[in-house]
Design a protein around this ligand. Structure first.
Ligand code: SF4
Ligand code: FES
Length: 250
């Protein structure tokens, strides 16, 4: 039975045992995603890096799943060099699978920061600017979470559900969905607003939120729009058809 030192404790290992199994038997956690005891090891994830010293060689980084214990071996599962090797391996894996929560959870467990989960947002702030400068609702802002800024709904925001942010977003990070008579605007899994939709008075289709139509009417009143005679809630298609018809009639 090989006698080894694992994290400063002398222990006995089984013949031909690999370091990963030895550590697990002693409740020492080493991240490992590509290892399965029933299969031959492939050493592909590279997460199981540990530092190993043998009687004839100084400490060096080895993969625990493919390194067999040897008598007199000294093994460190936590050290600056191990942390660095793990960080590199985690960053390689997250490039392959950027949205993998399994990888992110495991990295967090070993205190490795992989940055934010991609949310399609390039932080151009077009959505924030248009909402403030053109719509006037000022419903969106930036918030620092961890090391990154994120577009978020402002607290107590007055989103009117116009969808201008979703339309202007160059990457489609902000989404707008009309389901039944509700318009949802959201980014990632965060709802920015859910507003009831009104039906077009001509065709009956749900087409805009009441808050948005109120704003349009208020702006028209303020501008004393010359064509403003009667307030109607027509969808853009019906509004055009009806206006063309008015122009054609004698
Ligand atoms: S959500 Fe879209 S518009 Fe807003 S900052 Fe991100 S990429 Fe730009
Ligand atoms: S567990 Fe993946 S390389 Fe060791």
């Amino acid at each position: 039975m090989p006698e080894v030192i694992l994290n400063n404790s002398p222990i006995s290992a089984r013949q031909d045992q690999n370091i990963l199994e030895l550590a697990r038997e002693h409740d020492i956690e080493i991240p490992a995603l590509c290892y399965h005891p029933a299969l031959s090891p492939a050493a592909s994830c590279k997460l199981c890096a540990v530092e190993v010293k043998t009687p004839d060689k100084p400490f060096q980084i080895k993969l625990a799943c493919v390194t067999k214990v040897k008598p007199g071996m000294e093994i460190k599962t936590e050290s600056a060099a191990v942390y660095e090797a793990r960080t590199t391996a985690f960053n390689t894996l997250i490039r392959y699978a950027p949205e993998s929560e399994a990888i992110r959870d495991l990295a967090r467990k070993f205190s490795i920061d992989l940055g934010p989960t991609p949310d399609e947002c390039i932080r151009c702030r077009l959505c924030i600017r248009v909402c403030k400068e053109v719509v006037g609702a000022d419903a969106l802002g930036m918030e620092k979470r961890g090391s990154e800024n994120f577009v978020v709904p402002k607290e107590g925001n007055e989103c009117i559900g116009c969808g201008t942010c979703a339309n202007i977003c160059p990457t489609g990070a902000i989404k707008m969905k009309d389901r039944d008579n509700i318009r949802y605007i959201y980014i990632r899994d965060e709802i920015i607003s859910q507003n009831p939709l009104l039906r077009c008075e001509a065709c009956g289709k749900y087409f805009a939120t009441s808050k948005f139509l109120n704003l349009v009417q208020q702006r028209e009143r303020e501008a004393q729009h010359p064509e403003l005679k009667e307030q109607h809630n027509y969808c853009p298609t019906c509004a055009k058809l009806l206006s063309d018809k008015t122009k054609l009639s004698p």
